[in-house]
Design a protein around this ligand. Structure first.
Ligand SMILES: *Cc1c(COP(=O)(O)O)cnc(C)c1O
Length: 341
């Protein structure tokens, strides 16, 4: 895997740290849990989309685009990182936001990532939940094209073979760090959504013959669908990288038992995981992805699913900006404000 063969706008703060979480590990009483800090990729509160966008935005530049478009849920971290990346390289950004949760909470609709989209100067339009968002984006893009703009469209989550290169590269980064530290990684666990992160990682790990099992914790689709999405994208990504054939169907494993009521609706276990990470490790998870991923990790450790493992790496995919769209979900009684009343 030679990533310099692909155009890249390398603005991420990489490599991100790989650190032990010893207070949390002791509390859980299982394997030592490490964290890969992709919440600290350096772009507008960070997150996993930065690695994908390094390759996607380079393609946009190569085609001479002056406007980049993408789509996501209202509190999309991907849309926010795309808006930030576009600002950074002097490109316009237009985003379509899908109302997947039907929440009427003003914080959900206007705070968190939505506020940051605005600060980065992106324009945004809303669509009702259930819209075919990638198709809708092409329709809107064609309107801009008819008006003379050069538009580059990025699929939801930045999940196509170009974006997934970022996570094949991250797999190499993780293994290299572990080798330098003398750390034997028994498993990598992370939240999986639009599939690009897991697809890239599985290609990278297999192409290096790292022999590290990977588990995605689902946040939306059912298991069979999620694994199929990851597998298909992994095949296309391996092809792009010139290592077709390295990924087999059984390398792709997702556990979708922690989705709860649906995408973007936090479960009690997700909220507990967020509070645990904040109180034991001073690490901020998010209520849509990494909180559910961590809830899965915590539950599976407590059920001794990973009892043969000594070291597990939890890939922190970011998203903490969305916390400010979800404060009402927590049992937060706003003590300081009560005192002032
Ligand atoms: C997008 C996202 C994910 C999921 O990554 P995919 O590549 O879409 O599967 C996980 N965590 C956070 C915080 C995200 O924003």
């Amino acid at each position: 895997m030679h990533f310099s063969r692909f155009p890249r706008v390398a603005i991420g703060h990489l490599p991100t740290a790989l650190e032990p979480m010893d207070r949390l590990s002791e509390k859980l009483g299982g394997p030592r849990i490490w964290i890969k800090r992709d919440d600290c990729t350096g772009l507008s509160t960070g997150g996993n989309k930065t690695r994908k966008l390094e390759f996607l935005m380079a393609e946009a530049q190569e085609m001479g685009a002056d406007l980049v478009m993408t789509q996501g849920a209202t509190q999309s971290n991907h849309a926010r990182q795309t808006a930030a990346f576009a600002a950074r390289i002097g490109m316009d950004c237009h985003i379509l936001l899908e109302d997947r949760t039907a929440s009427k909470d003003p914080n959900y609709n206007y705070n968190g990532n939505v506020f940051l989209d605005y600060l980065h100067g992106a324009s945004a339009e809303k669509r009702p939940g259930g819209t075919d968002m990638n198709a809708e984006m092409e329709t809107v893009a064609n309107r801009f094209r008819a008006a003379g703009r050069k538009v580059y469209t990025i699929p939801g989550g930045g999940s196509n073979p170009t974006g997934a290169l970022g996570y094949a590269n991250a797999a190499m980064e993780i293994v290299q760090q572990a080798n330098v530290m003398g750390l034997k990684i028994d498993r990598i666990v992370h939240a999986t959504g639009s599939a690009g992160t897991q697809a890239g990682l599985v290609v990278g790990l297999k192409a290096m013959n790292a022999n590290i099992p990977l588990l995605g914790i689902g946040v939306r689709a059912a298991k069979a669908q999620q694994e199929e999405n990851v597998y298909k994208l992994a095949l296309a990504t391996a092809e792009k990288l010139g290592c077709a054939g390295v990924v087999e169907r059984e390398d792709v494993k997702a556990n979708t038992d922690y989705v709860g009521e649906g995408y973007g609706i936090p479960t009690p276990e997700c909220l507990q995981a967020i509070e645990m990470f904040a109180r034991y490790e001073a690490i901020l998870l998010d209520p849509v992805y990494s909180g559910k991923g961590a809830a899965g990790l915590i539950d599976l450790v407590s059920k001794r699913e990973f009892s043969g493992d000594k070291n597990i790496v939890f890939l922190h995919t970011g998203g903490a900006a969305a916390l400010f769209g979800y404060t009402d979900s927590f049992g937060y009684d706003k003590p300081a404000m009560q005192a002032a009343e």
